[in-house]
Every structure is written in C-alpha cells, then in structure tokens.
Write a protein that binds this ligand. Structure first.
Ligand code: NAD
Length: 500
C-alpha cells in the first residue's frame, strides 16, 4: 500500500497543497511505498512564518531550559530507537544496526548542544578599556535558519544541523532528502512531545523549488547544506548572493594509505568495513586504498579478495547481512556505469558487483562489493565520487607519492593512514591536505564536541558542523561599549578617541 506523506509545520502534520509529488521507494524491494508532497514556494513561506512566530518564545527561554527540552527529546528518541531505525532502513536500505548508528550519532550532537549551549553562548567582557568604559559581547540567535540534507544520513545530518541551531535559540526548517524523509518527520513529532514550542522545528519536503524559496526568503538567516559538491557550491553562491551565511558540505573521495609496517589484517578489516559498509554510501567511506610498495599491495589485495568472498549483501532487516541495497535504481545504474568505465579505462576488475541478486528481493537495488586494482590518477573511477560499494586500489611506490595522491585530489573530506610508525603518522597528519584524518582509524568522524568538515571541494564556508564552530555559525555577535558617567562633565567630543 502506497501511503501519502506530509510536511510538519507549526507543531502539526500538514498535507501538501502544491499538487506535486515524489516517490519514496523501498530499496530492498524496488517498490514505491509512499508519495511525498513537494512544497511550493507558498508552502515554504507558510513554514517560515510559523518558524518566525515560534522563534521569539524559544529565544526568550534561558539556554538551560532549552537544553532540558532537547535532552527530553534525546530520551524519547532513545525510547523509540528501534522504530526510528526500522523506518530509516525501510527508505534508505542500510542495515538495521547501521540505522541505529545513524540516529545515535545525531543524538550525540543534540546532547552536546544541550549541555554546551550556556557555555558557548557566553560573550566576552573587558573592564575599563578607557576611563569608566567597559566592553562586552553577546551571542544572539540568528532567528529562522534552514538545513538541507542528503539521503545518506537522514537522521544524523538533520540532527547535526538542528541540535546546535535550536540550542542557540533559533527556529529551524529542515528540508530532508526526497528519498528518505520519514525519519525527520518522526523526529519532529518527538521534539513536539518533548516540549518544543510549535513552529520551532519544521519539516518542509520538496526539491529545488523549496530550496530556492528558502535561499531567497530574507527571513531565513542561514543555510546549512550537506550533499553533492555541485549543489553545495551552487547553494553557497546562492546564499551569499542573498546576503546570508552558509555552510555547505559536498562530496568525497577518501583515501586510506597503508604503509609496509602496518598490521595488514587490521588494515584489510578496516578497508572492508569502511569501503563497503552502508553500500559505500557514506561521505566518510574509504573508496581508495593506497598501499605503499608492491609487496604491501600484493599482500593487501589478497587479504581483501579473501574477505570479500565472505561478505553478505541482503535485506536491511536481516541480522546476518553486512550491507543492504543502494538507495535508488538511478544510483545502481550510475555505480554499474562506473564499474564498466573502470574496466574500459584499464583498471583490473578483481571483484565485479554487477548483477548481484537476493532471493525473495528480485526488484531490489543491489550492487555487490566491487574491487579494482591498479587504478591510476587519470581514470574517472579515481577522480570522481562513485558513492557505492566500489573500492579502488592505487599502488604507490613510496610514502611521498601516497601523501601527494591524498593531498592533490580534488576532494578533501577524510583520509586515513595505517602504520606502526608514529613519526610517519605524525608527519602525515600534519601535512596532508584533507580536513579529517584517521591514524589506524578508517572513518575518522570527529566526536560531537569537535567539529566536522572537509577541505577543498568537500566543503564551502568557513565554519564546520557541530562542536564550537556550529555555535558561531548559528549566532551573531553584538558588542556593547558602555560608560556610566557620574555626571555630565564635558561637552560633545568631535575626534575619534585614539590610543588607550
Ligand atoms: P544531493 O546533492 O543530490 O542532495 C542533497 C540535498 O540537496 C537534498 O535535500 C536534495 O533535495 C537537494 N537538492 C538536490 N538537487 C538540488 C538542486 N538542484 N537545487 C537545490 N537543492 C537540491 O546529494 P545526495 O545524493 O542526497 O547525497 C549524497 C551526496 O552527499 C554525496 O556526494 C556525499 O558525499 C554527500 N555527503 C557529504 C557529506 C559531508 O559532510 N561532506 C555528508 C553526507 C553526504
């Protein structure tokens, strides 16, 4: 049965009125399971008006009280964890266990934000900057802000954006991916149940029309975006043209360097998990392995091939599978296209994931684990983001070549090095031109109280997600200079005060 989805505006479910709909699939069966209303500009404006109303009450509440509501929400989300994870798996296709991780990593940022807000919203104070003159600064919420999120983390990314924004006293409009919007809609209900005033968190479903309406409306003061690089760059430019701040995170091509002294079993296990987990649909997935030296490469490739034989690809709710389907038929087609192109361009296709089938789920969007060896820098499977379960091995002659490969790639989201040599690891972490680095850690997603953000084509803007940066992004500074004269002692001053 295909059911109709809705928006969540002003603390309630709201049916779409635009007459435009998108299809939400179950990637395991390939069937449409819901119709998603795609908002018109008027519907977006209505949501912004509701958000403006809710924001005044929310901002007037002290940060600790706001934090208590957010922590109540965290408790409720944990109570509903299985329901949220199942819903997430049904639209995204990742395994149930992985879906729980998606929700959990989002909640960690809400917890951090709830606790840290009173501290991070503190301003500065300087006593006696001139005779009888003090200066202090305040961090004020922006007002209404918006977050546009990708399909691959439908719980985590909206919560990374909304957690700090709400804790800082803003109202938030979430524009989730059209592919898996049901978890954000459910999170909105749980926020209301936790006591969030109506209109403070809204979900507007839609496509480019809704996004453009958010960018162009002067009442929306900031845009957080996560998704592919061309859209990230366009939204960054659009927001700037409309005089608003933006943080826009894009695609990735994360490398893992394996030095000759690394624990190769540990490195191979890490590559399998980081390359194929969630069908490779993670912005921090490893898609390029860079073994240093022919001997390391031969041994590593043999270990990878051995492990790939044991991987199980199947339905998301099956406890025994390692990863599920990719999100859409178009994604399957794109990934299979890259596999064909890699072979044509001369890479050695050691394991071919095309044509994978799962009994009982013949219509699902399946792609099996794929392994290429002897990939080179000019090939499109190296240069472009595939976003599927495809791992490319690029053999480097020495450490300097490996470091150069990671640094010269267009994308700079995450990178990892596996070695037992502390000196080499330290040099790598310091010199590599990438935003997030793992040392014997394949997916170095920083914990909530640090910040998350890639370099180069992986991120546009100057402040990262979560951690203290998020509070700077979602607040504006006001600086107050004050003097309390004990009486009127002098007339007007016509010169700029100089010196101190
Ligand atoms: P996408 O760019 O297709 O969509 C992201 C969002 O943008 C969605 O909400 C979508 O509705 C909206 N959108 C799409 N086209 C638009 C347009 N023309 N104008 C305005 N809005 C538009 O990305 P996706 O396929 O949902 O997600 C996968 C991508 O996200 C990958 O490239 C992945 O690397 C990236 N990603 C990056 C990070 C990060 O932190 N850097 C995290 C997760 C995902």
């Amino acid at each position: 049965m295909v059911h109709d989805l809705y928006h969540y505006i002003g603390g309630a479910r709201v049916d779409g009125t635009s007459g435009r709909f998108g299809d939400v699939y179950n990637p395991c069966t390939g069937e449409v399971q819901a119709r998603l209303p795609l908002a018109s500009r008027d519907e977006v404006r209505e949501a912004i008006a509701n958000a403006e109303k809710g924001q005044a009450e929310w901002a007037a509440m002290n940060p600790q009280r706001r934090g208590r509501i957010l922590l109540k929400f965290v408790d409720l989300a944990n109570e509903h964890m299985d329901e949220l994870a199942e819903l997430l798996s049904s639209e995204h296709g990742k395994t149930f266990a992985d879906s729980k991780g998606d929700v959990q990593r989002g909640l960690e940022v809400v917890e951090f934000s709830a606790g840290a807000a009173p501290h991070l919203l503190k301003g500065e104070f300087s006593d006696s900057v001139g005779t009888g003159i003090d200066v202090h600064s305040l961090r004020k919420p922006l007002g209404v802000v918006a977050g546009i999120s990708p399909f691959n983390f439908p719980a985590m990314i909206p919560l990374w954006q909304a957690g700090p924004a709400l804790a800082a006293g803003n109202a938030f409009i979430c524009k989730p991916s059209e592919r898996d919007p049901s978890v954000p809609l459910r999170l909105a209900e749980l926020l209301t149940e936790a006591g969030l005033p109506d209109g403070v968190f809204n979900v507007v479903n839609g496509d480019k029309e809704a996004v453009d309406a958010l960018i162009e409306d002067p009442r929306v003061k900031a845009i957080g975006f996560v998704g592919s690089t061309p859209i990230a760059q366009a939204i960054y430019a659009g927001a700037a043209a409309h005089g608003k701040r933006a943080q826009c995170f894009g695609g990735a091509k994360n490398h893992m360097v394996i030095l000759a002294d690394a624990d190769l079993d540990m490195a191979a296990d890490a590559l399998i998990g980081a390359g194929y987990g969630s069908a490779g649909e993670r912005c921090m997935a490893i898609s390029v392995a860079v073994p240093v030296g022919e001997e390391t490469a031969d041994a590593l490739v043999a270990k990878l091939q051995e492990r790939i034989k044991g991987l199980r690809v199947g339905a998301s709710m099956d406890k025994d599978v390692d990863f599920g389907p990719v999100v859409a038929a178009s994604a399957k087609e794109r990934i299979e296209g890259y596999i064909a192109k890699g072979a044509e361009e001369g890479a050695e296709l050691l394991v071919d994931g095309r044509g994978h089938t799962v009994d009982g789920y013949e219509g699902g969007f399946w792609v099996g684990p794929t392994l290429f060896d002897r990939v080179t820098q000019e090939m499109s499977i190296y240069r472009e983001e595939i976003f599927g379960p495809v791992l490319s091995v690029v053999r480097a002659a020495d450490y300097d070549e490996a470091l150069r490969l990671c640094s010269e790639h267009e994308f700079g989201n995450g990178v990892a090095i596996f070695t037992r040599d502390g000196d080499a690891a330290r040099d790598f972490a310091s010199r590599v031109e990438v935003g997030m680095v793992g040392v014997n850690v394949p997916i170095p997603v920083p914990i909530a109280y640090y910040t998350f953000g890639g370099w180069k084509a992986s991120g546009f803007g100057d402040l990262n997600q979560h951690g203290p940066d998020a509070f700077r992004f979602f607040t504006k500074t006001k600086t107050v200079t004050s003097r309390w004269p004990s009486g009127v002692r002098q007339g007007a001053s016509f010169v700029m005060p100089a010196g101190s």
